[in-house]
Design a protein around this ligand. Sequence first.
Ligand code: NAD
Length: 322
Amino acid sequence: MKNILVIGALGQLGSEIALRLRQLYGDTHVVLADIRNDVNRPLVEGGPFYTVDCRDGASLSALVKKYRIDTIYHLAAILSATAEKNPQQAWDINMNGLMTALEVARENHCSLFTPSSIGAFGPTTPKKFTPQDTIQRPTSIYGVTKVAGELLCDYYHHKYDVDTRGVRYPGIISNMTPPGGGTTDYAVEIYYAALQSKHYECFLQGDTYLDMMYMPDAVNAAIQIMEADPFRLRHRNAFNVAAMSFCPEEQAAYIRTHIPEFTISYRVDPVKQAIADSWPDSLEDYAARVEWGWKPTYDLSSMTADMLKTIGERMDKGGPKP
Ligand code: NAD
């Protein structure tokens, strides 16, 4: 039985990975940590939870020893759009937080999962079917921290034999926790707007293609790669994982198959558009498929149907809006 620590557990990805890990391994075997504790009462109260800064190595190490942790999911980070507003803070939290988690993993012989992103690519990367091993010269501070993070995780694996593993997530779409300041947040907001007002004003141009993934597949990827046989892994940090690639116009068209009156207009945010334009249109994920059996289950059609159904039912019951 694994004993797991999730750092950044109350974020968009963390809250759903933590929930699934508690279902799989038992509440008391999954310890959660985040810098805040004011959201998601069921998670905070459903098992061990600690308010900790991810740069506080002494506190994290004490938790690892107390709960005999063998696996760390490090998910605390500042995301792309927010990072661009304060690059120094983004570097501090993304890099010093990761370095702290790696040191805790090294000292306590833990495996470590941390996600990279499509943000680790840049304008000189091949845009279509971006290969696993290719040019990585991102122009956003978020991307700079993601490339540095991939290299640092590989370094800890080669130098100290720490079992580090990661995936390059595309934009993640979920109906539970709102997104945390990324360039792909529009692809979540659009479903709420479609149900609430039948109109969405999008901050990216209508023909901006980006890779996206529905949350159940993102959670599967995180857990599956940590369960994978290490002898099959030729890559580690980090695997391309792909599920679907679409632009706002296309997403709107799929929404119209459920809500024919839905309309979309555009007020482009230049900072977010510049970030999106520097990212790939679509990833090639052969290495993940061959080395640990990655396979997504949702495409744009099935995700749109599920998002509208789930959010719609919640709204009918007077549940939370984004
Ligand atoms: P999020 O912003 O929703 O959550 C991040 C969590 O980290 C928050 O709960 C926040 O409170 C916590 N946090 C921030 N600073 C902290 C600190 N100093 N100490 C402890 N906790 C702190 O982000 P997310 O979407 O859940 O992303 C998780 C990881 O996945 C990040 O590494 C992110 O770069 C990566 N990723 C996310 C996406 C996406 O679309 N959501 C895509 C690609 C990669």
